[in-house]
Design a protein around this ligand. Structure first.
Ligand code: ATP
Ligand code: MG
Length: 220
């Protein structure tokens, strides 16, 4: 499904150059639930961005379904990203001026779909995460756990093959966190490939393969 081959990423700011990801080889198979773990700053979010084609590697190759992405132009990459991946970001990234239902519809705006089709899919996604009764609310009228569920609904509304989740339970209490994990497990059982960043060892062990990152590299 996703294959990283000797992928590196360097961030350049005025003063420092950070080699955030070094020569990583990683293969995520279709239907897997991979948990990425490692200390703060080790490169987990960077890696997730590279896997999800939000960022291009400085060197190395990302393959999606056997296709080397670097052969593609930015516009084609964007299309591939939109049709393959759903993202749950470390902070929710919801737009406060839009109602819940409109937030969830956003990823569908780039698809050729009419308004009522979009609305129906957004409704279905919100019902799936138990927020059918909150569609007309604005994000800041919701609890943290509910906002996180809106973010999940938005990530799954386009039925992505791969869901990338950056600490989806990080800001939640354990009960809310467990609810989110149940939703993710169910999606995985239904066939969605998931790569999730977590700091919770127990949570990671429950679901599948653990990939450990340290200082921009994978450790066994
Ligand atoms: N946009 C950026 N510009 C410059 N440096 C960056 C940028 N984003 C990340 N870095 C640096 O790259 C390294 C990896 O960052 P990354 O966000 O991938 O870590 P992380 O493992 O997700 O950490 P956390 O668990 O705290 O979220 C860090 O040293 C960070 O300071
Ligand atoms: Mg991070």
């Amino acid at each position: 499904m996703i294959k990283l081959e000797k992928v590196s990423k360097t961030y350049q700011t005025d003063k420092v150059e950070t080699l955030a990801v070094k020569d990583i080889d990683l293969h995520v198979r279709k239907g897997e639930f991979v948990c990425m773990m490692g200390p703060s700053g080790c490169g987990k979010s960077t890696l997730l961005n590279l896997i999800g084609l939000l960022d291009r590697p400085g060197s190395g190759t990302v393959h999606v379904d056997g296709i080397p992405v670097k052969a593609y132009k930015d516009k084609q990459v964007a299309q591939m990203r939109n049709s393959t991946f759903g993202f749950i970001f470390q902070s929710f990234h919801l737009i406060n001026d839009l109602r819940v239902i409109d937030n969830v519809e956003l990823p569908l705006l780039y698809r050729s779909m009419n308004g009522s089709e979009r609305r129906a899919l957004a409704r279905a996604a919100l019902e799936k995460v138990g927020l059918g009764a909150r569609m007309e609310h604005y994000p800041n009228q919701l609890s943290g756990g509910q906002q996180q569920r809106v973010a999940i609904a938005r990530a799954i509304v386009g039925r992505p093959q791969v869901l990338l989740a950056d600490e989806p339970t990080g800001n939640l209490d354990s009960k809310m966190g467990a609810e989110i994990m149940e939703i993710l497990k169910k999606l995985n059982e239904e066939g969605t490939t998931i790569v999730m960043v977590t700091h919770d060892e127990q949570e990671a062990r429950q679901v599948g393969r653990i990939v450990r990152v340290f200082d921009g590299q994978l450790v066994a």
